[in-house]
Design a binder for this molecule. Structure first.
Ligand code: SAM
Length: 319
């Protein structure tokens, strides 16, 4: 790990700060604190008295980033746990209404390069894949326990893996010989199970989608995201901004739909003669199309290649 305690480079940093419209002395929440790259800039831009609550499920990320950003003193507060608890965590931190909330989903480069966690196909290590190892079960336990049908469903639903069934069957056959408990073993097994491909080399390892699917499953990521977005919208101040960075289509779809529903308000059928639900819009979309990284950023930080930024503003908060 670098001397400054993080190797993670924040994605779409300028675009994120602009979309959050960070102002002096505001109250902010970074719901995916990670290495604190975004949080640091938000704290700088909200000086002298702006506050930021940083949430992360990974205790190691919280500890490292608290140490790295210690110069901000009590302007930085942290909460270790799922960001699905955002409303509770904000209340405990004394934030009744946030001026801006950021979600930067998925995993950090610090986690990817930590061989004790199994996130990195190349870094190797025990196949755990949990952000918070104190709850849930490691990915190796899922591979040991689920039948081929359930594994196929996970690889399809969360990884959009075209060879899901083939890989699931190979796992079930292999685990009778040896446990699939390291990321090296899983990566090698997937590589041998998928058909040989001719043509230019793949940009991603053949096991990338399977790792993504297992990570989503063990962390219950999509469920947590939907809950966290609802919670975040509910604690935004009038005019407060919500900004979400996603890295794959499953996440982006959830954000797009949650924002669209909040911007629409009314949930009555389109043919209903009059509104009967009484719901009013709670968000105004800032960008209809998601922002993406420039070629320069992608060249400097390949992780930004798949990033999409969606932003919205809270409206209609009763005075
Ligand atoms: C992409 S990184 C954030 C990087 C950060 N923006 C930076 O600039 O360093 C995502 C972080 O979110 C955390 N995380 C993922 N899902 C989470 C969840 N449901 N609740 C809380 N933290 C989560 C991961 O542990 C990881 O540290």
């Amino acid at each position: 790990m670098a001397g400054d305690l993080t190797v993670h480079r924040p994605v779409l940093l300028d675009e994120t700060l602009a979309a959050l419209a960070v102002r002096a002395d505001g109250s902010y929440i970074d719901a995916n604190l990670g290495g604190g790259g975004h949080a640091e800039q938000i704290l700088d831009a909200s000086a002298p008295a702006g506050r930021l609550l940083g949430i992360d499920a990974d205790p190691a990320a919280i500890e490292r980033t608290r140490a790295r950003l210690a110069r901000f003193g009590t302007r930085l507060q942290t909460h270790q746990g799922s960001n699905a608890e955002i409303a509770l965590a904000a209340g405990a931190a004394g934030i009744a209404a946030a001026d801006g909330i950021l979600f930067d989903l998925g995993l950090s480069s610090d986690q990817l390069s930590d061989s004790a966690r199994g996130f990195g196909i190349r870094a190797g290590g025990p196949l755990d894949l949990r952000f918070d190892t104190s709850c849930g079960e490691p990915a190796s336990a899922l591979l040991a326990r689920l039948d081929a049908r359930e594994l196929t469903r996970i690889f399809k639903a969360y990884g959009e893996e075209p060879h899901a069934s083939r890989i699931a069957k190979a796992i079930v056959a292999r685990r009778n010989v040896e446990p699939i408990d390291t990321s090296e073993r899983l990566a090698a097994l997937v590589e041998s199970a998928v058909p040989v491909r001719y043509g230019p080399p793949l940009r991603i390892h053949p096991a990338t989608r399977v790792f993504q699917a297992l990570r989503i499953a063990v962390n219950d990521e999509l469920e947590a995201l939907a809950t966290a977005l609802d919670g975040a919208i509910s604690i935004l101040a009038d005019g407060g901004r919500i900004v979400v960075l996603t890295y794959h289509s499953l996440e982006d779809r959830i954000v797009k739909q949650a924002f669209a529903a909040a911007a629409r308000g009314c949930i009555c059928p389109p043919r209903a003669p009059a509104c009967g639900c009484g719901r009013t819009p709670t968000l105004r979309l800032i960008n209809r199309k998601p922002l993406i990284a420039t070629d320069e950023e992608i060249a400097a930080n390949p992780r930004s290649r798949s990033a999409k930024l969606r932003a919205a503003e809270r409206i209609g908060v009763a005075a």
